[in-house]
Design a protein around this ligand. Structure first.
Ligand code: TMP
Ligand code: ASP
Length: 235
């Protein structure tokens, strides 16, 4: 399937139409941004790495009963996916205190949570993706109550699957962001799962293996993305 017209360009991906109106191509760029686009840069071959990692993870999730938009990886930087009407909610799942949760609650990074926390953010770049709750979601019609029940159930199920998946590969899944969309009356997991939208720590050393290396100039950015690629894709 060939890509036709560009329909959307985001910070890390470009979306194209295909001959099939139900299918689109996601092209993964090397561009990296942080802090709502304030910091900009490039992570060499990030697009290739994230395309491969996300493809492998979505196939694993599909095999375990999670419906996703993923159809197939078609090239080094492209994957064919089902077209979604994106629900404008970023679902953040947390297993360990880090990032904005550490700041908001005044806790030290690294404290394991007794049970996972789900958080909702309004997907709107101009507003800087503010945190919202289910009353905002209902009031402003971002998703129906039935859809929210599905999102929460999927969030917890995906988390159970991914915590074990990463653990087997020597990685602690600290937190991450998921996006969902509507397709033919079904809710599918969309976007990508990669070191760009997850906090991944080395299980033994707690070394950061994700975009925090870029956000906070920790060095070895490309090397770390490659390491995660090998841990996930060389099996
Ligand atoms: P946070 O601690 O900054 O709220 O981030 C929680 C997780 O969500 C972290 O793994 C990074 C991911 N995330 C994104 O993928 N995109 C975003 O815009 C933000 C704010 C977080
Ligand atoms: N993805 C967001 C941005 O590009 C936030 C982040 O990842 O830090 O600004």
């Amino acid at each position: 399937m060939k890509r036709l017209e560009k329909i959307y360009e985001g910070k890390a991906k470009i979306l194209y139409t295909t001959e099939d109106p139900n299918l689109i191509i996601q092209y993964f760029k090397d561009d990296a941004t942080a802090f709502n686009g304030v910091k900009k840069g490039t992570i060499v071959d990030k697009g290739v790495v994230n395309n491969h990692i996300s493809s492998v993870i979505y196939q694993f999730l599909e095999k375990n009963g999670i419906p996703t938009h993923f159809v197939e990886r078609v090239s080094e930087r492209e994957q064919l996916t089902k077209k979604l009407d994106i629900i404008p909610i970023e679902l953040v799942v947390r297993n360990v205190v880090a990032g904005s949760l550490a700041k908001r609650m005044g806790r030290l990074e690294g404290e394991a949570l007794k049970s996972p926390i789900l958080e909702f953010y309004y997907k709107d770049d101009d507003l800087g993706d503010p945190m919202i709750n289910e009353y905002h979601i209902r009031e402003f019609g971002l998703a129906t109550d039935d859809e929210m029940a599905v999102l929460k159930e999927r969030g917890f199920k995906i988390n159970d699957l991914l915590v074990g998946y990463f653990k087997e590969r020597g990685i602690r899944l600290v937190d991450y962001k998921l996006e969902f969309g509507r397709n033919n009356g079904q809710i599918l997991l969309g976007d990508e799962i990669s070191p760009d939208g997850c906090r991944l720590w080395n299980i033994k050393t707690n070394e950061k293996m994700d975009k925090d290396r870029f956000r906070f100039d920790l060095g070895k950015v490309e090397e770390t993305y490659q390491e995660v690629y090998h841990l996930i894709c060389d099996r």
